[in-house]
Design a binder for this molecule. Structure first.
Ligand code: QAP
Ligand code: CO
Length: 173
């Protein structure tokens, strides 16, 4: 369990908020502030609950993502400046997104990836991922580039989702 005295739950931006289109900048040095952001993002993801979250979604435009595709929150992953250096195969997945609540659509992506990143202690590492974890990492890296899974859908489907979410957001105010 995260320590509630040091962990904050962060607000998540929702499509079609223009801030989700911001391209995130490279993190030059990993500080305690970076580690705190990663910790807060993991707590926010688990609370949702979700399996992945990008800093873009909490309105921080730096290259940091978190994922945990385990059943029991046992495999938290923090990736700073993540980069896919190789991809292979293709996989169709029903994707969702905490920034597009209530909508799930099939997206096709590479099935296996080789990723380079830095961890919350500033140490570089490499990761071979496949299946759901590979999809999740690619989905989250897309966020850092201002891209959403709805961008892979037809304009008609995207417009329908946009309209429904705007209407739902209006009722929330
Ligand atoms: C990205 O998404 C992902 O609509 C992470 O009402 C999703 O954690 C990658 C969520 C699926 C691969 C496959 C979505 C929670 C969580 C919702 C999420 C919702 C509540 C999405
Ligand atoms: Co997302």
């Amino acid at each position: 369990m995260p320590d509630p005295t040091t962990t904050s739950l962060l607000a998540i931006l929702e499509f079609p908020d223009a801030r989700l289109r911001t391209k995130a900048t490279t993190i030059k040095d990993v500080t305690h502030t970076t580690a705190k952001l990663a910790n807060d993002m993991l707590a926010t993801m688990y609370e949702a609950p979700g399996i992945g979250l990008a800093a873009t979604q909490v309105n921080v435009h730096e290259r940091l993502i978190v994922c945990d595709v385990s059943e029991d929150k046992s495999a938290p992953l923090v990736l700073i400046n993540p980069k896919v250096i190789e991809g292979a195969g293709t996989i169709d997945t029903q994707e969702g997104c905490l920034s597009v609540p209530g909508f799930y659509e099939t997206v096709t992506r590479p099935e296996q990836i080789h990723v380079e990143a830095i961890d919350q202690n500033g140490n570089p590492f490499e990761l071979e991922a496949d299946g759901l974890l590979a999809v999740c990492i690619q989905h989250e890296i897309d966020h850092l580039d201002g891209k959403l899974f709805v961008d892979y859908l037809s304009p008609t489907k995207r417009q329908m989702i946009r309209k429904k979410l705007l209407k739902a957001q209006k009722y929330k105010l």
